[in-house]
Design a protein around this ligand. Structure first.
Ligand code: PCA
Length: 180
């Protein structure tokens, strides 16, 4: 009897863990390791964010840096740009909602499911995983003429270091990125 109760308890704990860690997110910008917003993904008050692996988009997209704060954006223009490199995280509901706040989904960035190519663990075989990705969808068409990157780094040779800002000015500035 004790043994049975113990088994049920353990199974419930495992099931709870599975239920709350059920989102995969592909990050390509300031949320990556060693980038200025990575702390959002590791702050325990935001929930759980677990690094899984590096990955690359299965589709080409333009990755640009825009606004006066040098914010990276993946423009939703499939087929343009590069196969973009980033990182896959497993997150719980709480973390996903915190990421949505940071990215101002769905007002500016829009979170969409997309195919990401990763290496299978301990092998060189590749597999496709479905991940959430934050895109800029309703963007000003002339943003396509900006330099397009394959692998974002705030401190890259482009010299466009990400600048922290208060939320109000960021929103004004982002307003300038979208098609009116
Ligand atoms: N943060 C998100 C979207 C762009 C950004 O800076 C990311 O890293 O994927």
């Amino acid at each position: 009897m004790t043994h049975l109760l113990g088994t049920i308890f353990i199974r419930t704990k495992i099931q709870t863990k599975i239920r709350t860690m059920n989102h995969k997110v592909f990050v390509y910008g300031t949320l990556k390791r060693n980038e200025p917003n990575h702390h959002w993904l590791t702050n325990p008050e935001h929930g759980i964010g677990k690094f899984i692996t590096e990955g690359t988009t299965k589709t080409k997209y333009p990755l640009i840096i825009g606004t006066k704060y040098n914010i990276p954006f993946l423009l939703y223009s499939p087929g343009d740009g590069h196969y973009v490199r980033g990182e896959v995280y497993e997150v719980d509901d709480t973390m996903l909602s915190k990421l949505d706040i940071l990215e101002d989904h769905p007002n500016y960035y829009v979170r969409e499911i997309d195919d990401i190519i990763v290496n299978k663990s301990e092998s060189s075989d590749r597999e496709t995983v479905k991940c959430w990705v934050y895109f800029l969808k309703n963007f000003r068409p002339d943003l396509l003429s900006k330099e397009q990157f394959e692998n974002y780094s705030s401190m890259g040779s482009h010299g466009l270091r990400y600048l922290e800002s208060n939320n109000e000015s960021t929103i004004d500035d982002l307003d300038d990125m979208v098609r009116k």
